[in-house]
Design a protein around this ligand. Structure first.
Ligand code: ZN
Length: 348
């Protein structure tokens, strides 16, 4: 992993940044060593004080709990004393670090939470709050001169476009929601977590693939019975991923079907703004691994990308690193860049 270079200047040796990744179930805390460009050993995982732990509590109470928890974690021995804190948060975040919604953390509704402001008032260090995928994009963006689109395929689908040293979003945090782009407009299209129908996330996410396997099993019971999945009591995503990796024809055909809308979404991003690099991450895509990349590339070639040769279209998708550290590492790189810029402003 390269260090922030170019306009960020070399990282000051010894700069340490507390990094947090706040998801629907787990809060992870680590220390990013900017000099080494990576995390120090010992990332701490703890259940998030949100909906998953306190079901039924009002949104405002859960928001208070989460703020308390983040501040508490930032003050723990071994964590306090860092040069800054960057929080990667599972929800849309605006330019000022206010969280505009967090259905997986504190459920639907509730007002905008000025998380950065609340934390900055309590902590003695600079604080940055960004969306978790925005942070993840920085993992690849800090060292990448060419623009790219990060795509996460896990229980849902999300994306972020990184270009010219920034993640492209509007000031209110809109953008990166390809998962809620409507692909299937039929009235009985599969339902998305958000309540809509036919959204990309309902069709091509890990959950979407699982639902597609169930539909295919009903439509072709004999084919299903012959497949590696047929003998399992209730095959989940790990079993589906393993079956595709092992070349099971039934599982592969189902996955191939779910890649049609995903390739269409990528084709739309390419055709509109010319992004030619798509970094795949997320539990489901990475569990299938290289075969997922291959099948998606083949579908892109089949659909065609205007102005590109087949070889060029097929080369657009690459796999991201197969670990859980995207948000933490990206948060560290982004905060280090910001602290570097702030230090230069003071010097001027
Ligand atoms: Zn949706």
């Amino acid at each position: 992993m390269g260090l922030p270079g170019r306009d960020g200047g070399p990282a000051r040796a010894g700069r340490r940044i507390t990094v947090m990744d706040v998801g629907g179930t787990t809060l992870r805390v680590g220390t990013f060593d900017a000099g080494a460009g990576g995390l120090l050993p010992g990332v701490r995982r703890t259940p998030v004080d949100g909906l998953a732990r306190f079901p039924g509590e009002p949104v405002e109470a859960l928001q208070r709990r989460v703020v308390e928890q983040i501040a508490r974690e930032a003050g723990r021995p071994g964590v306090a004393g860092a040069d800054g804190l960057c929080v990667a948060f599972a929800g849309p975040v605006d330019r000022d670090g206010a969280v505009r919604g967090a259905p997986t953390v504190w459920g639907g509704g509730g007002g905008v939470l000025p998380l950065r402001e609340l934390l900055a008032a309590r902590l003695p260090v600079p604080v940055l709050v960004v969306n978790d995928l925005t942070a993840a994009a920085w993992r690849y963006g800090a060292a990448s001169p060419e623009p790219f689109c990060l795509l996460t395929i896990s229980s849902g689908i999300g994306n972020k476009v990184f270009r010219g040293g920034e993640v492209l979003l509007d000031d209110e945090g809109h953008g990166g929601e390809l998962g809620h782009w409507t692909y299937d407009r039929s009235p009985d299209a599969p339902r998305c977590d958000c309540g809509g129908r036919g959204h990309l996330g309902a069709l091509a996410s890990g959950r979407g693939v699982l639902a597609a396997v169930r539909r295919a099993a009903l439509a072709d019971p004999a084919g299903y019975a012959r497949s590696a999945l047929g003998g399992l009591p209730e095959p989940g995503n790990p079993a589906i991923a393993a079956a595709v990796r092992a070349g099971d024809p039934f599982a592969t055909e189902v996955l191939r079907g779910t890649l049609v809308p995903l390739a269409a979404a990528i084709g739309g991003v390419f055709a509109s703004i010319g992004i030619r690099r798509y970094v795949l991450m997320g539990g489901f895509a990475l569990a299938v691994g290289e075969r997922y990349r291959e099948l998606l590339a083949a579908e892109l070639v089949r659909q065609g990308c205007f102005g590109l040769t087949d070889a060029e279209a097929g080369a657009m998708v690459v796999l991201g690193a197969d670990d859980d550290d995207h948000g933490l590492i990206g948060a560290g790189l982004l905060m280090d860049r910001r602290l570097g810029a702030a230090a230069r402003e003071v010097a001027v």
